[in-house]
Design a protein around this ligand. Structure first.
Ligand code: CP
Length: 323
């Protein structure tokens, strides 16, 4: 533990934040600190015993009020790999269904000495609200259509592994941007890091004035693919769409789906394909592209554990130093 406390003391010089609520709040140095620390944790994860005790004695609650596979399991694994006491709350088996408020739930968790809360919620701003209700650190695991910061960080880590740098890199984000928290967090992260970001999709799925965030906008898939080093394909979020944004799934796939034919015709030979998951196979992404040589989708998932370890470690360091 002494080694980890020393590690924390060193990191403390550079890391000040108590919460991770979004990428918008982070500086370039903070993003790079998370990515560099994640690379160290990735090495630890490749060891025969992939576990350290950096968060020993710290209780982390994973409060998921929306479905999740990757993020929930990844956070839980990250917490366990760091030696924390990880607790999971699923809405369906909690007192939320009896009408308990988010604030009351959080304060009860605090009364049981939960020091960190990882929250996914369908309402934008829920993690920010929680940060005002309790004393512990809050990590946003996806809030409505707002932000999904650890997804953007694991995406950035995967890009860095492939290209070493972000400066001048062309990243196209294609699909349902309007309903996507992944898109917003990626735009914040990648523009801060110096990449050129292009957003592409049907007009109905691209928010007005998104170019003010520093992204280029096109509705032509050929243009989005032409110079892209990275294509990050977004899921069509039918569960968030309360009205029809395109005539049919088939027409969307025909116009914007990423297929091997389309890649061969319009994309660079060594283009990297990403997707945050879950994939609608045959809609935004063809099977053979999802599983093909350009795809780094499962590398993203692997990197998610290291990135979440890094975030948990950096946020918890003050606690460790105090002890
Ligand atoms: N990418 C992502 O957030 O996946 P889950 O919804 O499965 O967590």
């Amino acid at each position: 533990l002494k080694k980890e406390v020393n590690m924390a003391k060193k990191a403390e010089i550079k890391w000040e934040k108590k919460h991770l609520l979004g990428i918008e709040d982070l500086t370039v140095n903070e993003i790079m600190l998370i990515l560099n620390q994640a690379e160290k944790f990735k090495e630890i994860l490749s060891r025969p015993i992939p576990k350290i005790q950096a968060l020993r004695g710290i209780t982390v609650v994973n409060l998921f009020c929306e479905p999740s596979t990757r993020t929930r399991v990844s956070f839980e694994l990250a917490e366990k790999r760091l030696g924390a006491d990880a607790m999971n709350i699923a809405v369906s088996s909690s007192s939320f269904i009896k009408g308990e408020t988010l604030k009351d739930t959080a304060r009860n968790l605090e009364a049981m000495r939960a020091e960190m809360v990882v929250i996914r919620h369908s309402c934008a701003g829920a993690p920010h609200f929680l940060a005002q209700c309790i004393k512990g650190s809050i990590i946003n695991a996806g809030d409505g259509k707002h932000e999904h910061p650890t997804q953007a960080l694991l995406d950035a880590m995967t890009i860095k592994e492939n290209f070493k740098t972000f400066k001048g890199l062309n990243v196209s984000i294609i699909g349902d941007v309007a309903h996507s928290r992944v898109a917003l967090s990626n735009i914040f992260a990648l523009t801060k890091l110096g990449a050129n970001v292009t957003i592409c999709g049907p007009k109905t799925l691209i928010p007005a004035q998104i170019e003010k965030l520093g992204a280029n906008v096109t509705h032509d898939i050929r243009e989005a693919l032409k110079d892209a080093d990275v294509v990050n394909v977004l899921r069509i979020q039918l569960e968030r769409q309360t009205e029809s944004f395109f005539p049919s799934i088939r027409e969307y796939a025909n116009c914007f789906g990423i297929t091997s034919v389309r890649l061969k015709k319009y994309a660079k030979k060594d283009v990297v394909i990403m997707h945050p998951g879950p994939i609608n196979r045959g809609v935004e992404l063809a099977h053979d592209v999802a599983d093909g040589k350009h795809s780094v989708i499962l590398d993203q998932v692997t990197n998610g554990v290291a990135v979440r370890m890094s975030v948990l470690f950096l946020l918890s360091q003050r606690k460790l130093v105090e002890k």
